[in-house]
Design a protein. Structure first.
Length: 134
């Protein structure tokens, strides 16, 4: 259900925005940034935030059912890895469709620059933001 997925994504983004703002991370501009995907097209970064002069990129992937989840993570890793202007980059995963194997160790072996990205669950990300550990 596309509408259902969009509703989940809106809730997730509200939770992320609330946590970021209350912890002193401030969104820049329209709250989105742009990178380049491997085919040369624009890649939308969900949030670009600044704290103490450092830029952070946050991309989000929500997955209700398993199937193409791991391919989507690989795509995000390739796109985020190609954006050099950030102090730190996060790929936030939410929803029951991701396996526990979706982590940095798997992708570091096969995708250049995947080591520059932290792949975390939504709850772990919100916890890190609350503790100001981005």
């Amino acid at each position: 259900m596309p509408g259902n997925t969009q509703m989940h994504r809106a809730k997730i983004m509200r939770a992320i925005d609330d946590a970021l703002f209350s912890s002193g991370y401030y969104p820049l501009g329209r709250k989105t940034g742009t990178g380049i995907n491997p085919l040369g097209r624009d890649y939308r970064i969900a949030r670009v935030v600044r704290r103490r002069g450092k830029l952070f990129a946050v991309s989000v992937q929500h997955q209700e059912v398993s199937g193409t989840a791991e391919q989507k993570i690989a795509h995000h890793c390739m796109c985020l890895g190609a954006t050099p202007d950030f102090y730190r980059k996060y790929l936030v995963l939410s929803g029951p469709g991701f396996s526990t194997l979706a982590n940095n160790l798997v992708f570091n072996r096969h995708i250049p620059r995947a080591k520059t990205i932290r792949i975390v669950t939504l709850s772990k990300f919100l916890d890190r933001v609350g503790k100001r550990l981005l």
